[in-house]
Design a binder for this molecule. Sequence first.
Ligand SMILES: Cc1ncc(COP(=O)(O)O)c(C=O)c1O
Length: 335
Amino acid sequence: MKLIPHSKPTLSPKDIAAVSHVLKSGALAQGKKVLEFEGKVARYMGVKAGVACNSGTSALHLALLALNIGPGDEVIIPSFVCSALLNAISYTGARPLVVDVKEDDFNIAPLEVKAKLNKKVKAIIVPHMFGCPADLKELLRFGVPVIEDCAQSIGADYMGRRAGSFGALSICSFYATKVMTTGEGGMVLSNQIKILDRIRELREHNYKMTDFQAALGLSQLQKLPDFIKKRKQIARFYDRAFAESGFKIPPKDENRDPIYYRYVIKSKKRAGIVIEQLKKKGVGASLPVFKPLHHYVPGSPCPVADRLMDQCVSIPIYPDLTYGQIQQICSIKLH
Ligand SMILES: Cc1ncc(COP(=O)(O)O)c(C=O)c1O
């Protein structure tokens, strides 16, 4: 049986034509297309400007450097997320403080953040996990600069405004399987032009995006509203099918308009068993994160992240899924 892949980029002949147009022009390095891409992404995200770079991890690193974070400083991050956050902090020499997340939406828990605040804390990195905005209102109240990590949430809204337009800075990732892609790529966004000028200088040292990547990004950006619409439609099918199957499905909240970068279900069985069962039925499923970050660095335990790791499974959700594949996934009964 052919396995439905867990994730997949959505590429069209138009995307390919956009890239080859730039390749044929011979202007391959960072140039006009990158500038155009920065402007259009910034407008889409509801902020003044953006600086494109070569990955989401680089974007996080640049954002931390722009806030003058270095040795002796501390940065708060959630445990239930990929190790890119830890890596970016380690490049600056600062110390990560890893805190637990909320059981219902997988996002950083404001109360856990509050418990860790001290004079050395210079930023909080807030990923909007799996495309669902975190509790920005509570987090911004602490008065510490917030870096919104929109690697998984481009296009998601919070209280009627785009997530990514609330923090001192925000970052995006355009990795191959993200909501929209440039192959590898990222961007730092902000309303503070001075901070972005600094980032533009820092980017000079090996963190640049190329014009043919930006051409792919511009082409993908045009289709982004359709990509998101399709993700939301698939999520509605899954909501029905998996709630009926006894799985816990993502919560609903009128303040958040998630884009379903991932559709994560919670089972009473162990995640590994569910992933194997899905595989036997032709569905590529995956753990939603590789390993909770509190296992990499000394610090407080994060029992919620550990429990989520035990129970949660991410199933395929991307615009290229066919109706037949969606039906195949919905028809699976694991209980
Ligand atoms: C929440 C989050 N932040 C940052 C990154 C890093 O992005 P990139 O893979 O483009 O370096 C990722 C990617 O996996 C991510 O999921």
